[in-house]
Design a protein. Structure first.
Length: 313
């Protein structure tokens, strides 16, 4: 006989061997039909069979009685455990379900006794008496009993936390000096040194961050004076070089180490700042430069010495 799936496949020889069934190992339900896992004589592996295929009905009755007793014993243990917990705590606790746990049905006010239930693969069905006629019936249908789940409520105590009032002490910092300035995009910022603090604590501030705008104006004035002094010293250096220049003196290529840049003399005449082989800096006019170095004059035309006052901006 073969079922819908290959769980139960018994040949003619195995059917005859099932008459000599040694014992029932397990049970499961397929739809409304109970299947028993039986160990037969001269068969190495256990087979699944229906109650009709098992000729010895006493084995089925014995197996069902054992399962019923085992289920009742587990129920009694759980019930006793719950009663002890209720006596100790004075309240009903939520208990864990075991594999064969049978839920209790509440007794009504009339004092009706609860019915015995048997658990099979998570389903519940009425169990009165195990008779071969019932086991052989293919119309045996388990009755589902809804399980009422109880959820434990956790009471969380509300704790009021008082917020600590934060007291902010306003501290004033004095600027010792402005050490530098820089453009950040379109915004000019000043690097300041604070009193009683080192260079590692320097900060970049805008004009709006200063309480006293005169502090910034004084820095700008000092900056302009410094640039003018640098320009004056540069002009004196250029004038000294122009003073030493001799117009009409023909230099050889070996005498000139390199042409540095273009420049203008006091009369706005073009000349070249040249370094001689001995390291001296002089100004040479274009007509006094050797013909072999004309190419270098074109390169030096890219660089001009500008004598203009620079600003801090």
């Amino acid at each position: 006989m073969s079922c819908k799936k290959n769980d139960v496949i018994l040949s003619q020889e195995e059917k005859s061997e099932c008459e000599k069934t040694m014992k029932i190992l397990d049970k499961k339900m397929r739809g409304n039909v109970p299947l028993y896992k039986v160990q037969c004589v001269h068969v190495s592996e256990p087979k699944w069979a229906t109650s009709k295929q098992i000729k010895d009905k006493d084995l089925i009755i014995e197996y069902e009685n054992k399962e019923s007793e085992r289920s009742k014993s587990v129920e009694n243990i759980n019930t006793l455990d719950d009663e002890l917990k209720n006596e100790h705590n004075g309240r009903v606790l939520r208990r864990r379900k075991s594999e064969n746990f049978v839920p209790e049905q509440k007794e009504n006010k009339k004092g009706r006794k609860r019915k015995n239930l048997e658990v099979t693969n998570g389903r519940f069905f009425k169990f009165n008496k195990l008779l071969p006629s019932i086991l052989d019936s293919t119309e045996f249908c388990p009755i589902k009993v809804p399980i009422r789940r109880r959820r434990s409520r956790k009471v969380q105590s509300s704790i009021k936390k008082s917020k600590n009032e934060e007291h902010f002490v306003e501290e004033s910092y004095a600027v010792e000096k402005i050490v530098d300035h820089k453009m950040f995009g379109d915004i000019k910022k000043y690097k300041v040194r604070w009193e009683n603090y080192g260079p590692e604590d320097d900060s970049w501030l805008t004009v709006d961050d200063f309480d006293d705008i005169n502090f910034v104006l004084k820095y700008e004035e000092d900056c302009e004076k410094k640039i003018k002094q640098e320009n004056l010293s540069k002009n004196d250096f250029i004038k000294s070089i122009l003073y030493k220049s001799i117009k009409g003196y023909n230099y050889r290529k070996e005498d000139i180490h390199g042409i540095i840049c273009q420049m203008m003399d006091d009369e706005k005449n073009l000349c070249y700042l040249v370094q001689l082989s001995n390291g001296e800096l002089i100004c040479i006019y274009p007509e006094d430069i050797p013909k072999e170095m004309y190419d270098e004059t074109f390169k030096s035309s890219q660089y001009k010495l500008v004598e203009e006052d620079e600003s801090c901006y």
